[in-house]
Design a protein around this ligand. Sequence first.
Ligand code: FUB
Length: 345
Amino acid sequence: MSNHKISIASLLILNVLNTFGQGKTPISKPLVSHIYTADPSAHVFNGKIYIYPSHDIDAGTKEDDEGGHFDMKDYRILSMDSPTSKVKDNGVALDIKNVKWAGRQMWAPDAAYKNGTYFLYFPAKDKEDIFRIGVATSKSPIGPFKAEPEPIKGTYSIDPAVFKDSDENHYMYFGGIWGGQLQRWKDNQYQGKTDNPKKGEVARLPRIAKLSADMKSLVEEAKEVKIIDEKGNLFMENNNDKRFFEAAWVHKYKGKYYLSYSTGDTHNICYAIGDNPYGPFTYKGIVLKPVLGWTNHHSIVDFKGKTYLYYHDTEISGKTHLRNVKATELKYNIDGTIQTLESFK
Ligand code: FUB
């Protein structure tokens, strides 16, 4: 082999090593590669899997500390007959130009179903650049969705996750710090622009509120969801490998409530267990270790007796804001704890 060939070969190898994070290979493959997708909220409706992701695009917006480069403008829903079958992209389900109150940045959505209607919950910045959460409805799980003219009163920040309890009540969890603006809210009142939470402070907590019978409003003021350690203490901001940052998700397993979330700047998906939807939730460990890219965001869904983790990384693009959704099986130990997933093999 000539020197020239060797150097091309070593460049290629280096490229592969970089792409796969110091020579490691991700545990699963992107579900789609024709568009960038992230923050997958997966649900089983009518026996099929529907994934409600963010639709990442390169909008040309400069990267900043507030996540301005995550400048998404619409939602597209993915569907599949089973976790291993072909993935269908069902086209644009909601475009920001059809949401009267929204200014920019359609971030991580979620969905729910009740009485013949599908509900898409989504965060976006309003015309004053403050994150709010909106709702849109459709008779089909893939849309098109029609947005309500105003955001849901009493909601703020990002990452809505709607949990349906066994008694049919629905609860919305929401919130995310830093660019997600949760630190700007105290007692549900907007405090204006503030600094990011500081190391010596008690960590900010996700919010919960019960949804109304028509699923379009909150029936109560949002409350903080306490995440505590084994001694009953709240985490401080400097416990940033365990404290809540964004991406709350709640699921139920054997009568217990599991709250999982991203730790943001330490890039874990962690979880905590509670006895009711409001908590407190006691910290138990890591669901998914850091993936390629800065953000880590997931959902957990059961399908035909198995549990699946939907998540994303940046395997295809290598760029923080251009992500691709993935899925892998999630397993429990006999005591109900979750078996931690490495994101690389
Ligand atoms: O996709 C934009 C934001 O990135 C989400 O809302 C966060 O959870 C993070 O994944």
